[in-house]
Design a protein around this ligand. Structure first.
Ligand code: GLU
Length: 287
């Protein structure tokens, strides 16, 4: 067996939907891309439920995800990792980062952030919106600790400047479709690692879980391309392996627009209930 074959057999991909609505054709496309990538290489495919947003995620949407993916002929390994059942894993990591002085509490409301951006007249705008202007970064530690102790609502943000002093740069990551990339985490800045309403965040839990589940190839939509600039920083900080990425173009509808969860008629559930076969859908979207 050649080295290439050995490596290919070790491929592990995943599909990691958030159950905030019913899946649409865009999700089917992404799930099939990740599934086929693994299967074509004799690898493994994992399904992960990213339900940390307890206000928007619903158990019924999780059930629908299982049904839709089975209908598409996708097989995944059990048990499925459901992020809301592992919040302590993310808290442990957060605590490590806190002890290393790499995160700070942020008491800002959205309004505080907007006001500061307007006041300073200077707002670097990243792919996820304006970069946090650092309001809480310089609060003396004794004061912020006191405010946390008093129960003032707060998120925890990554101190990116400090993080970058602790890792070797440049950080290079590979995207199989876009080529080698030099990480530009400053595009996202001091991202939230633990939200006010839930003790983790997308960036933290996805990075931790990809490592924990041994994901070798992250196959996902181009809408998450920029998030990778910060995920690779977290991997370096936490000494986690860096997967290979493959950000595929998004499937567009007949008007050239991205599918959205709010378009009820386009959900896989309604398509199925209208008697369309999975084969027809797969042929249409994977053509
Ligand atoms: N849970 C994310 C979403 O549904 C995707 C996470 C990922 O693939 O990295 O948008």
């Amino acid at each position: 067996m050649t080295t290439k074959e050995t490596l290919e057999n070790d491929v592990v991909t995943r599909f990691a939907p958030s159950p905030t609505g019913l899946l649409h054709k865009g999700h089917a496309y992404s799930a099939l891309k990740a599934y086929e990538y693994a299967k074509n290489r004799g690898g493994r495919f994992i399904l992960r439920i990213e339900d940390i947003d307890t206000t928007r995620c619903k158990p019924d949407f999780i059930k629908a995800i299982y049904k839709d993916l089975s209908w598409l002929g996708i097989h995944w390994e059990n048990p499925v990792r459901i992020q809301s059942q592992h919040l302590e894993d993310y808290q442990d990591i957060l605590e490590q980062l806190r002890k290393r002085g790499l995160i700070y509490p942020c008491f800002c409301t959205r309004r505080d952030i907007q006001n500061e951006i307007m006041r300073s007249g200077h707002a670097p705008h990243g792919p996820e919106g304006p970069v946090y202007p650092g309001i809480c970064k310089n609060i003396p530690e004794t004061e912020s600790a006191e405010r946390v102790k008093n129960g003032e609502p707060h998120a925890w943000r990554l101190d990116l400047d400090k993080a970058l002093t602790m890792i070797e740069k440049p950080i290079i990551w590979e995207d199989e479709l876009h080529g080698l990339q030099v990480a530009k985490p400053e595009l996202l800045g001091d991202i939230v690692l633990s939200r006010k309403d839930t003790p983790t965040s997308y960036h933290l839990s996805v990075t931790v879980d990809d490592a924990l589940q041994g994901i070798t190839h992250v196959v996902r939509g181009e809408d998450l391309f920029h998030a990778t600039h910060i995920h690779v920083v977290l991997q370096k900080l936490l000494n986690l392996p860096q997967p290979i990425y493959r950000h595929h173009p998004l499937l567009l509808d007949s008007d050239g627009k991205r599918f959205a969860k709010r378009d009820k008629a386009e959900t896989l559930t309604s398509i199925r209930e209208n008697g369309v076969s999975a084969k027809e859908i797969i042929e249409e979207i994977m053509a």
